[in-house]
Design a binder for this molecule. Structure first.
Ligand code: ATP
Ligand code: MG
Length: 242
């Protein structure tokens, strides 16, 4: 007998699992929200420790819903800054988001049990090399600061008593000082090579950043029996890797 042929519609089992993947979530189904790139890549080993393996690669797949080896766990791929929103509204039961993103979101409706110690970097103030930030601050000058992190930046400068006009950007903050949009930027720095490549220097360290696991508060109550062992395994794996 010949092997079953693939007619492009997938096998019966595939169709069943596809249908399960797109169906409205059942009480025993878990949806995990991740963003592409470093968050996804650094979360995969932690999931593995919890027995969960994502069976598709978001870098090559166009799918926004990815299956895992566990039919009751699926992964959705969204923008990093949208992760807290999906979890807040229960469209995802849990997710992984940077502290930077969580501070801007505010954390409403989110239970934040675990610092995963991944996607580590720092939030800093940077200026163009040659700009005397310290004396501008000392003289009480009003500074223009471009950033994606309005709330965190506002809190930081308010606490220091520095007067700033904040300019909201959505990316490539490094360009701001180079073209005269702003005197300074508030941005994420890991190695500092992007700053160096653009003739910028770090002048103030605002806070250390790492990614956190966030859980929908209602899901934690309603789905605790399924969620808690996964959260515990991820927690153990994160501690072991830290
Ligand atoms: P997008 O690229 O969709 O605009 P993003 O830049 O916030 O969003 P990523 O670049 O994937 O998304 O970063 C995700 C998270 O990784 C950030 O929220 C931050 O917590 C962390 N991170 C670690 N290092 C860096 C870095 N050098 N630059 C930016 N984010 C970093
Ligand atoms: Mg990015």
């Amino acid at each position: 007998m010949s092997a079953p042929t693939d007619n492009g519609a997938g096998s019966g089992a595939d169709i069943v699992s596809q249908a399960a993947m797109f169906a409205r979530p059942q009480l025993d189904q878990l949806t995990l929200a991740l963003s592409k790139g470093r968050i996804f890549e650094e979360t995969v080993p932690l999931l593995k420790a919890a027995g969960i393996e994502v069976t598709e690669d978001p870098e090559t797949s166009r799918k926004l819903i990815l299956a895992t080896n566990d039919p009751l766990v699926r992964v959705i791929i969204i923008r990093a800054s949208d992760v807290p929103t999906y979890v807040q509204y229960g469209a995802a039961d849990f997710g992984v988001a940077g502290k930077d993103v969580l501070l801007e979101h505010g954390g409403e409706g989110l239970y934040q049990p675990i610092d995963l110690n991944i996607a580590r970097c720092r939030m800093s103030v940077a200026v163009q090399n040659g700009f005397d930030y310290a004396s501008a601050v000392r003289q009480g000058a009003r500074l223009r600061v471009a950033t994606k992190y309005l709330l965190t930046a506002r809190n930081h400068f308010a606490a220091k008593g520095v007067h700033v006009d904040l300019i909201k950007l959505y990316g490539s903050m490094e360009l701001g000082p180079l073209v005269g949009l702003s005197d300074a930027i508030v941005d994420m720095v890991s190695t500092g090579s992007t700053l160096r490549a653009n003739n910028l220097i770090e002048v103030e360290h605002i806070m250390e950043i790492s990614a956190r696991l966030v859980v929908n508060q209602a899901a934690l109550k309603m789905k605790r029996a399924r969620l808690q062992p996964i959260l515990d395994a991820i927690d153990r794996a994160a501690r072991a890797l830290a």
